[in-house]
Structures are given as C-alpha cells and as structure tokens.
Write a protein that binds this ligand. Structure first.
Ligand code: NAX
Length: 332
C-alpha cells in the first residue's frame, strides 16, 4: 500500500458527499493500493451531522482509510492536501435571485481560495462542483495564485455522462459504447452538448452518432435541450438536486485525471482557458480534454461550423458576464 494522500471534501455533510465518501474510500478513484487521509469540511452547525458520517465510515471499515478529520476550520481542511473536492456551496433559497446566489458563493470561494493557496500542497489537484461551478472555480484560482493554473478544474462530467446516457438510450445500447461526446462551456443551461465527433458501436461496428441516429433535427434540438435541462428535471422530480449521479461523475473526473484517458479518447472538464477555440483566456470553460501522465490537454483542431460556433459563443458570453459579476462581488 502506498503512503497516504490527503483528500479534502468540502460540503461534507451534504447529500453529494454522502454518496461520494464511500466511493473515494473504496479505492475506485485513486486505486485500491492508495491509502487516504480524508479531510471533511463543513460549516459549524453541521459538525454533528458530520460525526454521523464519520461513524458510518468507521462502520464500513475500508482498509485504505487511514484517518478521517472533520473540521469547520479552513486551515485544518486544506493543510497539505493532494486533492481538493469543492462540493460545498450555499444552496439557492426561495426568492433568491441568481445574482444573490452568485455573490454569496463567490465569497465562500474567495475565502477558501486564500486558504488553499496558503495551506495546500502546490501540486494539489482541484475540482469545483458547488454552483455556479465554473465561476466559483475562476474565483478560487484567482485567489490561489501560487498554485499552477492547470491544477484547477470544474465538474461538467455529469453533463457529459448525461449526454452519453441520452444517446445510448435512443439507440438502446450500453452507454460505454458511446465515445467522445463534448460539453462545451458553462455547467448551466447554456452549455453546448456536442456529438458531432462522437461515435457509437452498434451491432459490433463503430459508426458516427449522426449516422447511427439518422435524425439531425433531434440531435440539434431535442437532445441538446434534454441535456441542458436535465438537472432541472431531476430537481422537479426528486425535489432535491442530482446527488448519486453527481458523486459518480466526480469519481469519473478524478479517476481519469489520476489514471488518464485512452488514446484518441477524451472527456469533458472545465479548465482555465488558454485561448483555445477563441475562448477568452483565463475563463473556466468546459472543453474536450485528453489526459496523459496526470497532464490535462485541450483536444485541438476540431472543426466548428456556424451552428456550433454560435452555441459556443452563447455559453462563453454567459461565463464572461458571471465572471464580471463575481469579480465585482468579491472586490466589494
Ligand atoms: P447540500 O446542500 O446537500 O450540501 C452542501 C453542503 O455544503 C452543506 O452541508 C452545507 O452546510 C455545506 N456548506 C455550505 N457553505 C459551506 C462552506 N462555506 N464551507 C464548507 N461547507 C459549506 O448540496 P449538494 O446536493 O451536496 O450539492 C452541493 C453543490 O453541488 C451545490 O452547489 C449544487 O448546486 C452543486 N451541483 C453541481 C453539479 C455539477 O455538475 N457541477 C451537479 C450536482 C449539484 O447540483
């Protein structure tokens, strides 16, 4: 068994964390031979609930968990961590405007960014899940300037998995036979789920999604809209936001970062833009990402037609507005 890595989960008393902790502790993400010290951060009123979670972690008695540290203190939470999963955020309350939510959350991420910068290892791998995920990640990175830019990501893997799921169910095939979907842009309803380069295996033969489905109208309209609005549909049905599927997506994201993607395959991740595909440099934008030896790279040279350019510009526009509002909220 390898020496332990320190993994912090924020929002640890919440519903995503409840599904996430078991998967992290079971070795599915970092490997069965990788021991773990788990740091669990939540706010002071949730410390009792967190104790319950710790009892459960003890009770499932997994061999790779060396220690669990519950805390409401940012220094304890981020001290020497190798991996930081930012799940915690303020939920949207009734009557709250989008702007109020953004302003409350970016303040949390400013404070946690400063603490991450001060206390975490410089090699820390960061994943932001709490919404608005892209913009929270932007603020976190902004306030943690000593950590390399390529270590910051936000979660769009749930959207990616939803897109795969929709294609698979339309073709009545298993989702693992769907490859190379892309989520471009913001984890919001302006995201662009793009299957122009995706392939599927049907009856043992690999073919493009467009050929297999033979309905461009469905792929350009209904499919896009279902994926964009899937989160809202889950909330409407469950009266709670996606948690089990979000936890699974977090694990997929981190496992691929740790272990890499196959040649000629990619996944979707929000990363700090280097200007690829005409996106403003510095914006946290979801791209097709190839991973080798722990290094993320944006897949280049995919052709954009007028329709896809327009879809990408629309989600970029929303992200620029969010970023500007966030910077105003954190500077006041
Ligand atoms: P919950 O409300 O169940 O849990 C959030 C937890 O965060 C709570 O325990 C709360 O006390 C804690 N928290 C609040 N402020 C904190 C702070 N300053 N420091 C530490 N902890 C703090 O929400 P849950 O369903 O677990 O969702 C968590 C976040 O994920 C939400 O922002 C949600 O919108 C977002 N999601 C993002 C997704 C994505 O794909 N990027 C998908 C799923 C989810 O909707």
């Amino acid at each position: 068994v390898k020496d332990p890595i320190r993994v912090v989960i924020t929002g640890a008393a919440g519903q995503i964390a409840y599904s996430l902790v078991y998967q992290i502790c079971s070795g599915e993400v970092f490997g069965k031979d990788q021991s773990i010290i788990l740091h669990l951060l939540d706010i002071t009123p949730m410390m009792g609930v967190l104790q319950g979670l710790i009892m459960e972690v003890e009770d499932i008695s997994l061999p790779i968990v060396k220690n669990v540290i519950p805390t409401d203190n940012e220094e304890t939470a981020f001290k020497d961590v190798d991996v930081a999963l930012f799940v915690g955020a303020m939920p949207r309350k009734e009557g709250m405007e989008r702007k109020d939510l953004l302003s409350a959350n970016v303040k949390i991420f400013k404070s946690q960014g400063i603490a991450l910068d001060k206390f975490a290892k410089k090699s820390v791998k960061v994943l932001v899940v709490g919404n608005p995920a892209n913009t929270n990640c932007y603020i976190l990175a902004h306030y943690a300037p000593s950590i390399p830019r390529e270590n910051f990501t936000c979660l769009t893997r749930l959207d990616h998995n939803r897109a795969k799921g929709q294609i698979a169910s339309r073709l009545k095939i298993s989702p693992d036979l769907v490859k190379n979907v892309i989520i471009w842009g913001n984890h919001s309803s302006t995201q662009f789920p793009d299957v122009r380069f995706s392939t599927v295996v049907v009856d043992g033969k690999e073919t493009s999604v467009y050929k297999a489905i033979q309905n461009d109208n469905w792929l350009k309209n209904e499919f896009v809209s279902i994926v964009q609005k899937r989160g809202a549909a889950v909330i409407a049905a469950r009266k709670l936001s996606s948690a089990m599927s979000a936890a699974k997506a977090i694990c997929d994201h981190m496992r691929d970062w740790w272990q890499g993607t196959k040649d000629n395959e990619w996944v979707s991740m929000g990363v700090i833009s280097d200007g690829s595909y005409g996106i403003e440099k510095g914006l946290v934008f979801s791209y097709p990402i190839h991973i080798k030896n722990g290094k993320l790279s944006i897949v280049q040279d995919l052709k954009l037609d007028d329709w896809s350019r327009e879809m990408i510009d629309k989600t970029q526009k929303e992200l620029i507005e969010e970023k500007n509002d966030a910077l105003t909220a954190t500077s006041s």
